[in-house]
Design a protein around this ligand. Sequence first.
Ligand code: AMP
Ligand code: MG
Length: 338
Amino acid sequence: MHTKLLTTSEQDLREAGAILRGGGLVAIPTETVYGLAANALDERAVRSIFEAKGRPQDNPLIVHVCDTAMIPALAAGVPDAVRSLAERFWPGPLTVIMPKSDKVPSATSGGLDTVAIRFPSDETARKIIAYAGVPLAAPSANLSGSPSPTTAQHCIDDMTGRIDAIVCGEDCKVGVESTVITLAENPPRLLRPGAVTLEMLREVLPDIVLDAAVKHRLKPGAVAASPGMKYKHYAPKAKVVILDGSFEQFAAYVGEHRQTDAYGLVFRGEEQCLDLPCVSYGSETDSLSQAKGLFGALRRLDELGAKQVFARMPSKTGVGLAVYNRLIRAAGFDVIKL
Ligand code: AMP
Ligand code: MG
């Protein structure tokens, strides 16, 4: 399949919309990560997303809208809390799970009776949804298992020959996937942390709880509330280990344990202070910069041929929780307390 590269010109966005309306697959920029979009209501189109990504069929997709008026048709009764969440966080990087209507095919919901809905803030994404004229199912536009794409080049690397088109927009501003919460149960639960933080959500949903799978490996046989959480994710080819300690302790540990093709995944400015090739993923005191840099840094480590990666530990509060959630999965939950 030839994959057409489109710009963000109005004419190209209109073309992207037409491809999507016709059942095709297009990678599109959003503020979180690049998404691999298809008409969420077209079962056949949605199935081809799973094929292009190599994604397990039971992992449901997020449905993207460009207007809250599109939601009642997708949901079997819109929960009351959606209005206050929308006022505060939409458009933006928050996904809300609610009971689904019959219009949403089970391919989109991974066989569940719920649907995950997001109203992105990225202007290009919103225009593409509007030109398509249908809600768009869009998981991250990477091959399943590899880090999510945060630049058009990442999509080109992963998806050339597998999809109809890629809209080459700007680098993603947030850099990690959306926050996912479910309102389909009581109390509401945070399933995946993102740029809309637990602290921010508590101001609107005081009783929201944190799903155990956010910070910990699921116990064998446990059912994942968010099926995506059970898969190995975001992983570069190298063996990654997170070192929880000061920079001095990190440097000492790495000196003793490094093998061939070892790299550091460190905070900006630390590269020069280590006798180890390093890739940085943001500044130590700025979780937003870490979120923006993490997936690109993981891809860079693959390009460099890293076999062993020692990572600095992010903070677990605010947006840091989203960074930690992705990094522990990249590390297969291997964290060493120094
Ligand atoms: P991605 O498409 O890569 O951004 O991942 C979407 C995430 O949302 C995955 O972890 C899914 O398992 C989760 N998700 C989507 N829809 C639902 C749903 N109806 N119920 C629970 N989790 C969902
Ligand atoms: Mg993904």
